[in-house]
Design a protein around this ligand. Structure first.
Ligand code: NAP
Length: 273
């Protein structure tokens, strides 16, 4: 098959977990993609690619590797420029890389909001000029970003339908102060994970749609509680189950999905913000 017949897809943080599982599912199916698997650690990423190539030698999709540390401006710039030179455009961008931290230090908590929100938004914006006219952007988020899991102060800010991009970024900068009234969940003692995904959801809901062409679409996706290094062994879903909605949205027609576009999606349906 001619490479130009394949849609170009790029996924972040895909050396393991849901990112790896998404690539594996796509390789096992018949829709032809040219997949760029990225990871911050080159050795781990290249190993993932060679394992997948060996496992799916006859896949209709092709697989390539590029390094990406989402928190490094240099790494992001190198990747964007490489995609521009080698592929020209991206049909699907999947921002999957994410972290959680039980370390209560301000540095660690800021790190979570940086990776899950600020870096994810930065990558999205850097890739925007390369997104195909009918392209899709998936932000892997979480139900823990729902407004019901935030403290009242952050919730009120994010409920504002007129919140500007500048105000949202200021909220991210000041999240330590703004989450003082967060009510810790037993399995999530720190507020940063919930806040980071709530900020990301707000970006998908209110900011990104204004930057996209009317034919482009984007989603926030909740994979559910999944048995990965992050989700732990007691999680309810296997990785294959966790990637179901992600792969469903990737494979859905490249035509605006007026029901799910700019929404938080779980089990292929809208989940309340
Ligand atoms: P995981 O197994 O811990 O995998 C996370 C991936 O993100 C790893 O490949 C990790 O790379 C990568 N990553 C972290 N920081 C990065 C950085 N700075 N640059 C590039 N890559 C980076 O977690 P997962 O469960 O698959 O999580 C994937 C996404 O799903 C995350 O956004 C997470 O918040 C979301 N999610 C997960 C669950 C769940 O129950 N598992 C539930 C809701 C949402 P390294 O191997 O180098 O660390």
């Amino acid at each position: 098959m001619d490479q130009s017949q394949r849609r170009n897809l790029l996924i972040t943080g895909a050396n393991k977990g849901l990112g790896y599982g998404t690539v594996e599912k796509l390789l096992s199916e018949s829709t032809p993609f040219h997949i760029t698997l990225t990871s911050r650690n080159t050795t781990l990423g290249e190993k993932a690619v060679s394992t997948l190539r060996e496992k799916y030698p006859n896949s209709t999709s092709t697989l390539t590797y590029h390094q990406l540390d989402v928190d490094s401006d240099k790494s992001v710039a190198e990747l964007v420029s490489w995609v521009q030179k080698t592929q020209g455009k991206l049909d699907v961008l999947v921002n999957n890389a994410g972290i959680n931290s039980r370390d209560a230090s301000e540095e660690a908590q800021r790190g979570v909001v940086k990776t899950n929100y600020s870096s994810t938004v930065k990558i999205t914006e850097k890739f925007l000029p390369l997104i195909a006219d009918d392209g899709k952007i998936l932000q892997i988020s979480s139900n823990l970003g729902q407004l019901q899991f935030q403290g009242e102060t952050l919730r009120k800010i994010l409920e504002n339908e007129n919140l500007t991009e500048e105000e949202l970024n200021k909220t991210a900068e000041n999240f330590i102060e703004l989450t003082k009234d967060y009510n810790p969940l037993p399995y999530l003692p720190e507020p940063s994970y919930c806040a980071s995904k709530a900020l990301l959801n707000k970006y998908v809901r209110s900011i990104l749609p204004k930057k996209l062409k009317s034919t482009q679409q984007s989603y926030a996706v909740n994979p559910g509680w999944v048995r990965t290094d992050m989700g732990g062994d007691n999680a309810l879903l296997s990785i294959e189950e966790g990637v179901d909605t992600i792969v469903y949205l990737i494979n859905s027609p490249f035509k605006k999905n007026t029901e799910l576009d700019s929404k938080l999606v779980f089990e292929r349906k809208i989940l309340e913000w």
